[in-house]
Every structure is written in structure tokens, then in C-alpha cells.
Design a protein around this ligand. Structure first.
Ligand SMILES: Nc1ncnc2c1ncn2[C@@H]1O[C@H](COP(=O)(O)OP(=O)(O)OP(=O)(O)O)[C@@H](O)[C@H]1O
Length: 253
């Protein structure tokens, strides 16, 4: 099976301290992976190190790629949602096609189809002529997810993409990711909402103090003892007829 990302002993130091500590994992096609862990666990640092955006020790298959190849292998949606120019939504989403265009070339039919597909998946048709900088924070987040989708990469990595979205848009976004996985692409998404992680991800990576403390199906990773130890909470977890339900209940420390 070909891997879309492979990390071997990836380590990122801040000063002398490893904030990502010897992480080894690999991502196969068709996975919707949730990256979870408390504040400061190292989630963003792991993602940025894997992408080659931060100096890291160890190996990352993506960081090793030349920039243009990397932009065709992975789309990255960072936590900071900065839209620099007052362009239309449609134009901003079309920027996701840049890695596929020869230098200076205009969008071709395949590029326009990818933009339309991204707009449809994110339900943004009514927004396409709006000025992106004038949208609400949640609307901007959806547009930036659409731009990443338009990049049509085998792997999409998104850092807290559901933060600031209302419940319907959170669910819809996670369903878009799960659909990409069902189509054979893969997604790594960092999440603080463990309910969304339990419900929509096929695999969870749990980080604590820079270390990968669990990697597997949500029901295994979210075992009560581990959730108590890592997050300091108790939680309700049940596999219902309508899928898994995870609800944090109490702080235990
Ligand atoms: N530029 C930096 N200099 C020093 N320490 C840093 C720097 N960036 C991050 N850190 C530290 O590295 C650790 C991991 O940070 P990181 O942002 O990866 O965590 P996170 O799991 O994404 O957290 P959150 O859920 O709060 O966004 C934290 O302790 C943070 O304070």
C-alpha cells in the first residue's frame, strides 16, 4: 500500500526541549485522521514539522519533497485564517490551483472543474462573488477549506478547521472530510472537539507532551483511563445506532 505521509522519529525542538518527540507514523489512502491532544501537546508543531515548515529532526516524506511537488501532494490549511487581499471568494478558491498551473498560465477546464467541485462540496455557491475579506470568520474558514479542496491533493492537512464554525457547518465540514476519505484521499485534521473526532474520524492520533500516546480507531484511543490521564476529564462514550457519541463530562484534576 502506498503511503501519503510517512514520519520516522520526527522530532522538533524548541530550545533544548522536544515539543514533538520521536513521532513515527504513516498515512494510507482513504483515512480520515483526527489529531487530538490538550493545549500545548504539540499538534500544530507536528503538522508544521511534517510539512517541512519547521526545522525538524528525523524523516518526513513530505518535507523531503521539492516545494512544487509538495504542493501537489498535500494541501495545508493553517490555524491562522489570513486572507490578505479583497478578492472574490471564487478567485480565492481558484488560488488552490496554482501548484497545477504552468508558470503564468490561466485556469484550464480541469482547474475550473476543481474550483466548482470545491465550491459545491463546501456549499459556497451563494458566496462566490462576495469579497472574501468581508465574510464572517466562520465563512472565511469555509472558503479556505474550499481553497484547500480545490488543490485536489491526495492528502489534506487542516489545523483546527472547525474552530469558529456553528454546529451544522462543523458537521458538514467533517462529512466533507469523511467523503474525501471514502473517495480514496486522506485527511489529517487537528480537533479539540472530541465528539466530532469520535464521530467522523476513522483513526485518531493522540498527542500528549509531544509524544504519540495512542494511534488507532476512536473507540480504542478514547478509552476512559487514557482520556482521564491525558485530558484530565471523564467522558460519556457510547456506540449508538446512529454512530459513536462522545461527550466530555467532568474535569478530574
Ligand atoms: N515559537 C515557539 N517558541 C517556543 N515554544 C513554542 C513555540 N511554538 C510553540 N511552542 C511550544 O511548543 C508546544 C507545542 O505547541 P503547539 O502549538 O504545537 O501545541 P498545540 O497542541 O497545537 O496546542 P493548541 O491546542 O493550544 O493549539 C507548546 O508548549 C508551545 O508553548
Amino acid at each position: 500500500m502506498n503511503s501519503l505521509l510517512s514520519l520516522r522519529d520526527l522530532t522538533v525542538l524548541r530550545g533544548a526541549c522536544p515539543v514533538v518527540d520521536h513521532i513515527t507514523l504513516s498515512v494510507a489512502p482513504g483515512e480520515c485522521i483526527g489529531l487530538i491532544g490538550p493545549n500545548g501537546a504539540g499538534k500544530t508543531t507536528l503538522l508544521r514539522g511534517a510539512l517541512g515548515l519547521l526545522p525538524a529532526m528525523g524523516e518526513s516524506s513530505l518535507a523531503a519533497l521539492p516545494a512544487r511537488d509538495r504542493a501537489r501532494a498535500v494541501a495545508w490549511m493553517p490555524q491562522a485564517r489570513e486572507i490578505a487581499w479583497p478578492v472574490t471568494v471564487e478567485r480565492l478558491i481558484a488560488l488552490g490551483r496554482i501548484p497545477h498551473l504552468p508558470h503564468g498560465a490561466r485556469l484550464g477546464p480541469a482547474d475550473r472543474a476543481a474550483v466548482e467541485d470545491a465550491i459545491a462540496r463546501m456549499g459556497l455557491d451563494a458566496y462566490r462573488t462576495r469579497t472574501a475579506t468581508q465574510l464572517s470568520g466562520g465563512e472565511q474558514a469555509q472558503v479556505l477549506i474550499a481553497r484547500a479542496l480545490a488543490q485536489e491533493t491526495p492528502l489534506l492537512i487542516a489545523d483546527e478547521p472547525t474552530a469558529g464554525l456553528d454546529p451544522a457547518h462543523q458537521i458538514a465540514t467533517m462529512e466533507v472530510f469523511a467523503t474525501l476519505a471514502a473517495e480514496g484521499r486522506s485527511v489529517i485534521v487537528s480537533l479539540h472537539d472530541l465528539g466530532l473526532a469520535a464521530r467522523h474520524c476513522s483513526r485518531l492520533l493522540m498527542l500528549n507532551r509531544g509524544q504519540l500516546v495512542a494511534d488507532g480507531p476512536p473507540a480504542e484511543v478514547l478509552a476512559p483511563a487514557r482520556v482521564a490521564e491525558v485530558f484530565g476529564i471523564t467522558a460519556f462514550y457510547e456506540d449508538t445506532g446512529d454512530g459513536p457519541v462522545f461527550q466530555p463530562m467532568r474535569v478530574t484534576r
